[in-house]
Design a protein. Structure first.
Lengths: 103, 405
């Protein structure tokens, strides 16, 4: 069973925006792409910059430090210099809460 | 059967080979590299690799086995002597001749060599290849004081890495501030302050007269008469394009191999990209760019061009430089500007600086203010004339300015 952790309120991330939350000692980014939420590791696999500080273009998040791009749906690298994907997590809106599971 | 030959297995050559395959080119690809390693990224050489924080393999463009799996014939450790556009052959060291239908010259650049006496002493290094970085790393592990000649981006990054390793660092730089030509004195002094606060000793408006030592480097004597003793020296005074393979051929060379917007030389079927290529940029005119991001993006673009998918390479150019805990970025290209607009706090070294020439945004530089450099790139590409007050206001999203034009 996934353990859901409340990180915020329903609807608090606007379309095209990314927020960062702390879940079980991990920084987790949550992006809103056209009304669908995606959660992923907020630490770039290249040089550990915060991805949520970067810009979201459709489903692609760009690292603000060195330009690596990741697909927020899969965590896969779209463009280097990063070589490794970022972890992705389950996210949902439930009972007025924004919830993430990092299980 | 078509054969594409790529001369040079750096970031550009390696990326071009991969792009050819990714985009459906099913014929022969031969990738020549003078170094024995598969294509690798060079940015860590002055930073993470030099500091011993990550292995070289981490920067490999593709895993070692990938090239074989993709049926790309790799000839690493093989020097190409000449690309003969009339015979349509590549001449390899030793005399072997390989015919080609398509050729890409991605030979990159080499470090500019100082004419100073003593430059060949052991203990005087340059930094370009992984072997160079390894040699400097080994030297640093047994040293307490490094002398650097040149404070461009490489010199500045190496200074930061050596300070991190605990060495004393003295730098001699020809211009009055670091990176004066690209940043101007005001921004150059910010970089100078960063390094001074981290204990780097710097002498500006001075240069190398001679390197002294009994068989091995002991001291640098400068044109201003300083004598700076150290355990080893590193020279980083810029690069020059490696155009030797097309010397005395029909391929046009002028500070690099001249290519059009689609990265084609004047000889049909012969392309050039990366550090060696002086391309025709729709915004900046003829420029040659020596940065990682350009090497990769040009590698992708030239791969598509070789397949006949011609498009003008109009990337606004962007690069980063990490020094100490500072993330530094720059986009665009400017040789002159008449106004610098600051967003953020230059004293605190958290800012973006917009370089405008006659109102047109030409270049953006940032320190610990990452996001706005990349956001400014569409403005640079569009030769936009953004309002200075809006540029200076951190609450104005630069992406909204792009739509105003």
């Amino acid at each position: 069973m996934a353990e859901w952790v409340r990180v915020g309120e329903t609807g608090e991330i606007a379309d095209g925006e990314v927020n960062s939350y702390s879940v079980a000692d991990r920084a987790v980014a949550v992006a809103n792409v056209g009304g669908t939420l995606y959660a992923f590791d907020d630490v770039c696999t290249h040089q550990q910059c915060s991805l949520s500080e970067g810009d979201l273009d459709d489903t692609v998040i760009e690292c603000p430090c060195h330009g690596s791009q990741f697909d927020v749906m899969t965590g896969e690298v779209v463009q280097g210099p990063a070589a490794d994907p970022v972890d992705t997590f389950d996210v949902r809106e439930e009972a007025g809460e924004l919830q993430v599971s990092v299980e | 059967m078509t054969r594409a030959v790529i001369v040079g297995a750096g970031e550009t050559g390696g990326t071009a080979a991969a792009t050819l395959r990714d985009e459906g080119f099913e014929d022969e690809i031969v990738l020549f590299g003078a170094e024995t390693r598969p294509p690798y990224e060079r940015p860590p050489l002055s930073k993470e690799y030099l500091r011993g924080e990550q292995p070289l393999e981490r920067g490999y463009l593709r895993p070692d086995a990938w090239w074989g799996e993709q049926e790309i014939e790799v000839r690493f450790g093989t020097k190409v002597e000449r690309v003969d556009p009339r015979a349509r052959e590549v001449v390899v060291e030793g005399g072997e001749r390989i015919p080609f239908d398509l050729a890409l010259i991605a030979t990159g650049s080499r470090n500019r060599r100082l004419p100073s006496p003593g430059i060949d002493l052991s203990g005087v290094y340059g930094l370009r290849s992984a072997d160079d970085a390894t040699a400097i790393r080994d030297a640093a592990s047994q040293a307490s004081h490094a002398v650097l000649v040149g404070m461009g981006f490489i010199g500045a990054e190496v200074a930061a890495s050596l300070r991190h390793l605990g060495l004393d660092v003295t730098v001699v730089e020809f211009t009055a501030t670091p990176l004066e030509r690209v940043l101007g004195p005001e921004l150059g002094r910010v970089l100078e302050g960063l390094h001074r606060d981290h204990g780097v000793e710097m002498f500006f408006s001075d240069s190398a007269e001679r390197f002294e030592g009994d068989g091995r480097f002991e001291a640098l004597v400068t044109t201003q008469g300083r004598r700076i003793e150290g355990d080893f020296a590193i020279v980083g005074v810029g690069v020059e394009p490696v155009t030797d393979v097309v010397a005395d051929t029909d391929v046009e060379v002028e500070n690099g191999i001249l290519v059009d917007g689609a990265l084609r030389t004047n000889v049909p079927g012969v392309f050039a990209a990366g550090d060696v290529a002086r391309h025709d940029h729709p915004v900046f005119g003829r420029i040659r760019v020596e940065h990682f991001d350009n090497a990769v993006k040009m590698g992708e673009a030239v791969g598509r061009s070789m397949l006949g998918r011609l498009e003008v390479f109009d990337d606004p150019h962007w690069f980063w430089s990490d020094q100490y805990d500072a993330n530094i970025q720059m986009a665009g290209f400017a040789t002159q500007w008449d106004r610098v607009v600051i967003r953020g706090d230059i004293e605190q070294r958290t800012f973006a600086a917009f370089l405008l020439d006659d109102g047109v945004l030409r270049s953006t530089f940032s320190m610990n203010w990452p996001r706005d450099v990349r956001r400014s790139m569409p403005l640079i590409g569009a030769q936009a004339r953004p309002d200075a007050a809006q540029l200076a206001d951190p609450d104005v999203d630069l992406r909204t300015l792009a739509s105003l034009r």
